[in-house]
Design a protein around this ligand. Structure first.
Ligand code: F6R
Length: 619
């Protein structure tokens, strides 16, 4: 939530900052702002409500010179999304300019303390409180701003990633983090000197350098124009910044000819999954190798229970993972909403394995859930996509998805990457525990290997969804129904549709309809059935009959060649046959395409749906 960019070096800062904001726009797009110090030492701030493009329009006629600057794209938390509440925020004297991602929980008490000292505020934000607090600290202790930041942050409760400019010192840029992510890029300028980039993630940085430092919690960094990078913690103890080389290419961050990132990411899935299973699924040797498990085998073999914590789409993939791990590895698995788990007093045993599933690796609730589990002695395993993310670093071991950057706010390839990774994990444990017969294990390994090709087939055979998506734009409600492995998929189908088209949708286990929701069904209600010709086929057919006799419109996802359900349905999407446990990996494709094309037909902003942000770094 919220994206931060910063630059100090030899180049003009504004183009770098704006490009960076565009890359980070997926994190929030309620308002945007930029702050620069020009060569004459003037500090300016420009802000606009709405997208980064609105900010660019606003800035068009302004003096945008300067080789140091910070910028922000906002997902509103405190204060409505207007230009006053947009970042950067200035201190009372106008000497400091600050951008912030996170939430200062004790901002009210800090604000009233500062008001009592005579300070006044223009906005409703916690960020303005923070910048005023830093200035107040600087004035009170007669210290430099670097020291003032350290002191001020000590009295802050909450999460922050900040970048700060000081008009009086146009040769230095300061940033700090706790809870919210921050990356520093270290580049080389035209004269061979060092220049520094700051980003909420590496996407605004990769164009200029692949050398980065991931700032750690409670660290403060000072970058100066002479090439110095100093990092201290809140107690002013010097830290050694650890340099990492980014494994990210610029192409992965572009739309590559697709109208939206979401469509690109839907089509990328076969290849993304090939990368995800490469080297891990060893069909010849009939083996599954996950180094994260190999290194901690005993933890999994002796696990009393696995608890998976996640949010949103990742929670849905976790539920599919539960079904698979229980079936294959015979370990009880609980799936928890991280936001609930963290505030309960859950029973956690030292022989529990707690798995965090998170695309971004930054979701605040998921991070807090595993921190709680760690305090209670559990072994932590992370399944993340973003390399070097907070959750990846906070866990004892884990597996990266390797599906490439996911930019569209609605998760697609990360979902299938998570499902297949959880299947790999279930198989790896099953192999060690001998809970599957050799024959079954080999069959599952071989079938999993075929999934990317079958996924490609599914994409090709469902391209036409765009031609009839228009018909559903009038709908106000949708139901998605499935049983077994397809129940979590029904939840995912409903979430995809509502988040990008704003049509209300619910997912249910198909058999639960009779216990209430069927009362909603009439001729205006489209009901999507995931009805592969597998395990519970006959039962699902009965469920379809029940809806049909109440005049609901039936949209079905069926196995290629199935005529029975096709004949009962108003619209049908086909998938190739596969094992029950892998059906979600294929059946999700038409559901993603349906949501995408309905949203496009309704004129929605598919990649940046209203009120949402990609990375939920606030609770
Ligand atoms: C929906 C979606 C969200 C995320 C959720 C968790 O399409 O993307 O529901 O799945 O915010 O995010 P991560 O996986 O980054 O923890």
């Amino acid at each position: 939530m919220c994206g931060i960019v910063g630059y100090i070096g030899e180049q003009e800062a504004y183009p770098i900052l704006i490009k960076g904001l565009h890359r980070l726009e997926y994190r929030g797009y309620d308002s945007a702002g930029v702050s620069l110090i020009n060569p004459k030492g003037k500090l300016s701030v420009y802000k606009a409500t709405g997208k980064v493009s609105a900010l660019e329009e606003k800035c068009a006629a302004e003096d945008l010179s300067g080789t140091i600057g910070i910028a922000h794209t906002r997902w509103a938390t405190h204060g409505e999304p207007n230009a006053v509440n947009a970042h950067p925020h200035l201190s009372g004297s106008g000497n400091l300019s600050l951008v912030h991602n996170g939430i200062i929980e004790n901002y009210k008490s800090l604000r009233s303390m500062l008001e009592k000292k005579g300070m006044s505020f223009c906005s409703d934000t916690d960020t303005e409180v923070l910048v005023q607090l830093i200035e107040y600290t600087q004035q009170t202790y007669h210290c430099d701003v670097y020291t003032a930041v350290q002191r001020a942050l000590k009295s802050v409760v909450g999460a922050y990633a900040i970048a700060l400019l000081e008009k009086a010192h146009p040769d230095q840029l300061i940033c700090a983090r706790k809870g919210s992510p921050l990356v520093i890029g270290v580049g080389t300028d035209a004269r061979g000197g060092k220049e520094f980039y700051v980003g909420s993630d590496a996407t605004p940085i990769i164009e200029y350098t692949n050398q980065v430092v991931y700032l750690k919690d409670e660290e403060i960094a000072l970058m100066d124009r002479k090439g110095g990078l100093e990092v201290v913690n809140l107690s002013n103890i010097k830290q050694t910044p650890e340099m990492h080389t980014l494994q990210l290419s610029l192409d992965e961050l572009e739309k590559g000819g697709y109208p939206h990132f979401m469509l690109k990411e839907i089509w990328e899935q076969p290849n993304a999954l090939r990368t995800c299973i490469r080297g891990r699924l060893q069909v010849k040797d009939k083996d599954v190798l996950l180094s994260g498990i190999q290194d901690h085998k005993e933890k999994f073999l002796n696990a009393r229970r696995i608890i998976i914590c996640a949010c949103g789409t990742s929670w849905h993939s976790a539920l599919i993972g539960k079904y698979f791990i229980e079936e294959a590895a015979q370990i009880p698995v609980e799936v928890e909403y991280a936001s609930e788990f963290r505030y309960r007093n859950p029973v956690i045993y030292p022989d529990d394995v707690v798995i965090a599933v998170s695309q971004s690796g930054e979701t605040a609730d998921t991070l807090a859930a595993i921190q709680l589990a760690e305090q209670k002695g559990a072994f932590l395993y992370g399944i993340c996509n973003v390399i070097g993310s907070s959750i990846a670093r906070a866990t004892h071991s884990g597996t990266y998805l390797h599906v490439g950057p996911e930019i569209g706010v609605a998760s697609t390839k990360a979902f299938t990457g998570q499902v297949i990774t959880l299947c790999l994990l279930g198989l790896a444990i099953a192999k060690e525990k001998h809970t599957l017969s050799d024959e079954m294990f080999h069959m599952l390994v071989e079938e999993l290997q075929r999934i990317p090709d079958k996924m490609q087939w599914t994409l090709e055979h469902n391209k036409h969804i765009d031609q009839f998506a228009q018909m559903f734009t009038y709908c106000r409600n949708f139901l998605f129904l499935g049983r077994g492995y397809n129940y979590p998929l029904a939840l995912e189908g409903a979430l995809k549709l509502k988040e990008i088209s704003y049509i209300h949708a619910e997912g249910y286990p198909a058999a639960e309809m009779k216990h209430g929701p069927i009362a909603l069904v009439d001729e205006e209600m489209p009901v999507v059935f995931i009805a592969p010709k597998r395990g519970m086929y006959e039962k699902v057919v009965s469920n379809i009959q029940e809806i049909k006799s109440r005049k609901g419109k039936i949209i079905s996802v069926v196995t290629e060649g199935d005529k029975t359900v096709r004949n009962m349905s108003d619209y049908t999407f086909v998938i190739p046959d596969t094992r029950d446990c892998f059906v979600p990996l294929l059946a999700v494709i038409p559901l993603q395409l349906l949501s995408y094309y309905v949203a496009v037909a309704k004129g929605r902003n598919v990649d940046q749906p209203r009120n949402l942000a990609k990375s939920v770094t606030v609770e």
